[in-house]
Design a protein around this ligand. Structure first.
Ligand code: FDA
Length: 312
């Protein structure tokens, strides 16, 4: 969650072109990238997906990229997503991908994103695969919900993500569940202004719990996307008390984050899906992972300082 001043500063600094250029060129940043990103090439990501599959997890493969600036770029990103779907189904893994609507061309035009999403969903349907539309910053929330609402009546293999950090989310959640939409609930990874989003982490956490309880009661196959142990315990207790079986929801976590908890949940019989990003466009994704957890940044800075120290 990117509500703290420090997180907002990290995201603002990371967006400076000079910082981005230095960080992407540094071998040290690349070390950190390996923790959160499965590789730059599809084959590397597939090998990771396979080993996660062997360990009892399912995956949501995500080809990294956002804010494509032309229809041609958006088409190319969609082609790659089609390739991923084919590759994971042919390996016998549960076929499921996550895509960012701006990667499908939302900045170029809504019709571009919708037509690429339709191409993806038709192909996915033939493979019995699922496509999750990721949620991006609040300037896109309405547009992404509109895209989803246009797709949902035609496809039951599409889902959306909602962010507990936004005040509007309860209303969005009710509208989407009325459409029969499948929701992944997360806290929200973007820095948002205070008139639309909670600033204090504890307020977002409280809202997450309220929204999660609502979703669990709806019986709409929600994905609970968090590494927050208190919220996860709450979900487990709530499900047990209300007789909600483990087949009626799943936990989702990011590749490289709280592997201990991922394994613990899988061992306890819960369904756990790992969001598995890959591709060369990892920089914006990495900066969001740094902003969520300042300790990651200290790790990076510490290594940079050690690297620059003359050998003794
Ligand atoms: P919180 O930030 O409270 O962290 C709880 C604990 O998890 C921390 O104490 C730490 O141990 C660990 N942790 C969390 N983040 C870490 C990190 N970066 N590095 C190391 N440890 C970390 N957001 C969005 O805006 N749109 C989206 O579409 C998605 N999609 C999505 C899919 C999935 C599967 C997940 C798990 C998350 C997302 N998110 C997202 C990101 C989400 O909004 C949120 O920013 C992160 O999950 C971090 O929040 P937590 O819920 O984990 O809680």
């Amino acid at each position: 969650m990117a509500g703290s001043l420090f997180s907002r500063l990290i995201l603002a600094a990371a967006n400076q072109p000079a910082v981005a250029a230095t960080a992407t060129a540094s071998p040290i940043t690349r070390g950190l990238v390996r923790r959160f990103v499965a590789g730059e090439a599809l084959d590397e990501a597939l090998a990771v997906a396979q080993s996660l599959g062997d360990g009892g997890f399912t995956v949501a493969m995500a080809y990294l990229g956002e804010n494509t600036a032309s229809a041609a770029e958006a088409d190319a990103a969609t082609d790659e997503a089609l390739r991923v779907l084919d590759a994971i189904s042919s390996r016998g893994l549960d076929p499921y991908i996550s895509v960012k609507p701006t990667q499908l061309g939302l900045d170029v035009g809504r019709h571009v994103a919708v037509s690429n999403a339709v191409r993806l969903l038709e192909h996915a349907r033939a493979l019995r695969a699922f496509v999750r539309l990721d949620m991006e910053s609040s300037s896109y929330t309405s547009a992404i919900i509109e895209v989803f609402s246009e797709l949902r009546p035609r496809f039951d293999n599409v889902g959306i993500v909602l962010q507990a950090s936004l005040y509007r989310t309860r209303a969005d959640l009710e509208a989407i569940t009325r459409l029969g939409g499948q929701v992944r609930l997360c806290k929200g990874a973007y820095s948002e202004p205070p008139h639309i989003a909670y600033r204090r982490k504890r307020d977002t956490d409280r809202n997450f719990v309220r929204l999660m309880e609502y979703l669990l009661r709806q019986d709409a196959q929600p994905a609970i996307a968090t590494h927050d142990p208190a919220i996860i315990d709450h979900a487990r207790d709530f499900a047990r008390v209300h007789g909600i079986g483990v087949d009626r929801f799943e936990f989702q976590m990011l590749y490289g984050v709280r592997r201990d908890l991922q394994e613990q949940l899988a061992r306890a019989g819960y369904r756990v899906r790992i969001y598995l990003p890959y591709g060369a466009q990892w920089y914006p994704y990495l900066t969001r992972r740094l902003a969520e957890r300042p300790a990651n940044l200290w790790f990076l800075v510490g290594n940079l300082i050690r690297e620059r120290r003359p050998p003794s």
